[in-house]
Design a protein around this ligand. Structure first.
Ligand code: NZQ
Ligand code: ZN
Length: 354
C-alpha cells in the first residue's frame, strides 16, 4: 500500500425529510447569505426548492437563486453565478440537484473568491480557497456530494475538464433517498453505471497488496448489482435507493481509493464523448468501460479474473485466466444492457467521422 493522506470533512445527513433541516445546517456552517443553485426544473416540479427556501427562511437566512444548470454543466452559467455572488455578497453556495448542479456550485464558490478566471482551476491550478458549499442531492451518481472534484464544460471548444482541491469538499451534504424516487429509469441507470465506474477505476490498479480496499470495492460492486434491478423495477423502493445512494458516496469520496494508483482512462474517454455529443456521463461510461477493459485486460489478467470470480461469480479457469477475465467483462456488459444502458458508440450518438 502506498503512503497517503485522507481528509474528508463533509458532514453527511442521511434520511427521510432531512432537507427540511437545511437552514439549520447552513447556519451551523456559517452561511448568512446563500446562493441556491439548481438545474433545469426537477427540484421546482417536486416542490423540493420550496421546502428548502422555507427551511432557510425559518432560520432567518437570506438567499438568492440561480437555476438552469444543464447536465454536463457549462462555464457560461458559472460566470453568471460568480457575478451574482459578488454583487449580492453571498457567503455560502447551496447546490440542490445532481452532480452537474453541485459541480457548477463548486466552480462558482471557487471563482467568487479568486481574482483570476475560474477556468484556471480547470486547467490544472489546485483549488485552495472557495466559499463553503452545501448540497442536497437528488440523484445517486457522480459522488460530487463527497468528492473534492468538479467537472465543467467550456463552451468555446466544448472542453470538458475537471478541477480538484480539498476546498471543493462540501461542508455538508443532505442525502434523502426518497428525493431520488422521481428520477426516470434512464437517469437512475446512468447513475448506477457511474457509481460502478468509480469503483472499477479504483479497483484496476498497479499497486500490490491493497486487500482492504479491494474487498470494500468488491462489496460495493456486489451491492450495486443486487440493488440496481430493484430500483429499475420499482422506482419507489426506498431501501434499495438508500443503499445505492450511500454506495455512490462511498464510491467516490476516495475512502476506497487511498494508498493505490488508479486508472480513470474510461472516464477521460467518456468526458470527450459527453463534451462532443452531450450524452449522459453514465451512458457514455456504459460503452467505454467494457470496451477499455477488453483492450487493457492483458496488462493484468489475474486482476480481471479476480473481479470476475469474486464479484460476478464466474468459474476460475486456472489454465486460461484470460477466459475468466473476459467472462467478467461480458457479465458487466450484459448488466449495463439489462438496466437500459447503450451498448456501443452509435447508440450514444457518436459519429463515425469523429
Ligand atoms: O436539471 P434537472 O431538471 O434537475 O434534471 C436532472 C438532469 O436532467 C435530472 N434529475 C436529477 N435529479 C432528479 C432528476 N430528475 C427527476 N428527479 C430527480 N430527483 O437528472 C439529469 C441528470 O442530472 P446530472 O446532475 O447531470 O446527473 P449526475 O449526477 O449524473 O451528474 C453528471 C455530471 O457529473 C460529472 C459528470 O461528468 C457530469 O458532468 N461528474 C462529476 C464528478 C465529481 N464532481 O466528482 C465525478 C464524476 O465522474 C463525473 O465526471
Ligand atoms: Zn463518473
Amino acid at each position: 500500500m502506498n503512503n497517503f493522506t485522507f481528509y474528508s470533512p463533509t458532514y453527511f445527513v442521511f434520511g427521510k425529510e432531512e432537507e427540511n433541516n437545511t437552514g439549520k445546517y447552513v447556519k451551523r456552517f456559517g452561511g448568512k447569505k446563500v446562493l441556491i443553485h439548481f438545474g433545469g426544473g426537477s427540484v421546482v416540479r417536486s416542490g423540493l426548492l420550496e421546502r428548502v427556501k422555507n427551511s432557510l427562511q425559518e432560520q432567518g437566512i437570506a438567499s438568492v437563486e440561480l437555476g438552469g444548470v444543464k447536465p454536463n454543466p457549462r462555464s457560461g452559467l458559472v460566470y453568471e453565478g460568480i457575478e451574482l455572488c459578488r454583487k449580492e455578497n453571498v457567503d455560502f453556495v447551496l447546490a440542490v440537484g445532481g452532480g452537474s448542479t453541485i459541480d457548477s456550485a463548486k466552480a462558482i464558490a471557487a471563482g467568487t473568491v479568486y481574482e483570476g478566471d475560474f477556468w484556471d482551476f480547470y486547467m490544472g491550478k489546485p483549488v485552495t480557497k472557495a466559499l463553503p458549499v452545501g448540497t442536497i442531492l437528488t440523484i445517486a451518481a457522480a459522488g460530487s456530494e463527497g468528492s473534492p472534484d468538479s467537472v465543467i464544460t467550456k463552451e468555446e471548444g466544448m472542453l470538458k475538464r475537471g478541477a480538484s482541491g480539498e476546498a471543493y469538499r462540501p461542508v455538508f451534504s443532505i442525502l434523502n433517498p426518497a428525493l431520488t424516487q422521481t428520477l426516470p429509469a434512464y437517469q437512475t441507470a446512468c447513475g448506477i453505471t457511474d457509481i460502478m465506474a468509480h469503483l472499477f477505476e479504483r479497483y484496476f490498479t498497479n499497486t500490490r497488496d491493497v486487500e482492504v480496499t479491494d474487498r470494500v470495492i468488491e462489496g460495493l460492486l456486489m451491492t450495486m448489482i443486487h440493488e440496481a434491478p430493484k430500483v429499475i423495477e420499482n422506482p419507489n423502493d426506498y431501501d434499495a435507493r438508500a443503499n445505492i445512494m450511500w454506495a455512490g458516496m462511498m464510491a467516490h469520496n476516495n475512502a476506497v481509493g487511498v494508498g493505490r494508483s488508479q486508472d480513470w482512462t474510461s472516464h477521460d474517454i467518456e468526458h470527450e464523448l459527453s463534451a462532443l455529443y452531450d450524452c449522459a456521463h453514465g451512458a457514455g461510461l456504459a460503452v467505454t468501460l467494457p470496451a477499455n477493459f477488453t483492450y487493457v485486460m492483458h496488462h493484468d489478467v489475474m486482476r480481471f479474473a479476480k473481479v470476475a470470480v469474486r464479484v460476478w461469480g464466474c468459474q476460475m479457469d486456472f489454465d486460461h485466466p484470460e477466459v475468466t477475465a473476459k467472462a467478467g467483462i461480458e457479465a458487466l456488459r450484459r448488466f449495463f444492457i439489462s438496466i437500459g444502458m447503450p451498448k456501443n458508440f452509435a447508440e450514444l450518438g457518436a459519429k463515425e467521422e469523429d
